[in-house]
Ligand binder design. Sequence first.
Ligand code: F0G
Length: 468
Amino acid sequence: MEQKWKTIIEPFKIKSVEPLGFTTREERLCILESAHYNLFNIRAEKVLIDLLTDSGTGAMSAAQWAGIMLGDESYAGARSYYNFENEIKDLTGYKEIIPVHQGRAAEKILFSVIGGKGSYIISNSHFDTTRANVEASGAGAADFPAKGAFDFDKPAPFKGNADLAAMERFIKEKGARNIPLCVMTVTNNSLGGQPVSMANLKGARNLCGKYGIPVFLDCARFAENAYFIKLREKGYNSAPVREIAEEMFETADGAMMSAKKDALANMGGFLAMNNAEWAAKARQLLILTEGFNTYGGLAGRDLEAIAIGLREVLEENYLQYRLRSAEYLGERLLKRGIPIVNPPGGHGVYINAKKFLPHINPRNFPAQTLATRLYLEGGIRGIEIGSLMFGRRDAGGGFLPAAMELVRLAMPRRVYTQSHIDYVIEVLEYIAGNKNSIKGLELVEAPEVLAHFSAKLRPVKQKQGLRV
Ligand code: F0G
């Protein structure tokens, strides 16, 4: 975009549209009650602005749709696979490219190959499916977030970094031979979509190299991370973002990716690495559950869309618009006194509900309360990252709330325009003006595993009954 204009515009025009699901507040109250105050139970057509996730929810380009028509659906050796493989080899420099149906399939396969009892995977922060797959293999998942990552109010350029000194202490304590892998998650989704600096990626490579531990990137949002490096890290300001991304991949020995994020596709993923022995074992598992080596659970058309998306995502006009969108929302929320994880992340804004609704006891789920209130008032769906997702039972069966209470407003790629975001800001401003009257929620029923997907809640009882 030309330097002299301040306004950063959506770098696309719209060819195909989908209607939004308008409802009244009264309807939404009924919907919430029958969904047991769990936003996963709401039909998407009853959501006006859906910020539940940026995963698989993006809009594909005309070029991607054209690629879909060209998809080669041959079982083995499809042309689309070779397009996919070439694109990923070109970008990452890794030799072995294994397609999978989504990120967690790559995790399941990788940790089945290298994990297991007695071993530990170390990371800046594991995403929750990554942690679950590490643990399912019998291994432990150890996080080493940067100092200051939990100081949500205080901005810093690379709050997604790993604390390398703490990581090294852990390596010494557990023994390098018990640590088969270090995973650097770029950007760091669990901690606010914050980026990792190139210096930290190189630091992790040097540290792990010293102990013979390979490093993989969890590169779901690699392009956003690369653009943050361009904007914030010394020496990268005039580097093409593609070169920055390539340099990021050079700091690692492999990568796993959910292509539902920065490959601008609705489904897909891959595992990529140089280690031929690991790759051979991974392909054995791939055939067992995902499919043959050249499609791995995907249709030829998906492979084609991913190959094209991986190129498009590195266009600088796109990335400038993308990071600006979250920043725009974050800036305006801060101006209205709504606390967020500051600075905003690459793929969305995380509201600090603990600080926003201090009168609600953590036992009454401040973040879930805010998320359901956003739906009630404005038909907006975010996701709770708090005690519903991470709360635990203590030994005596009591409830241990999570350390943080966040509501993530994740932005689908190329889907919403600035006026949609202005609407979200207006609704939140209204909620902020009335927040003292908001009452919390209580748990009615929750399963043991991944409770947030199916838990049932209700508003805490008030004198006049259950109305909110
Ligand atoms: N790694 C990261 C950093 C992720 O954010 C996700 C998914 C995965 C791995 C797993 O990929 O969903 O394709 O199996 N994140 C989504 C989200 C679900 O909403 O943040 P997947």
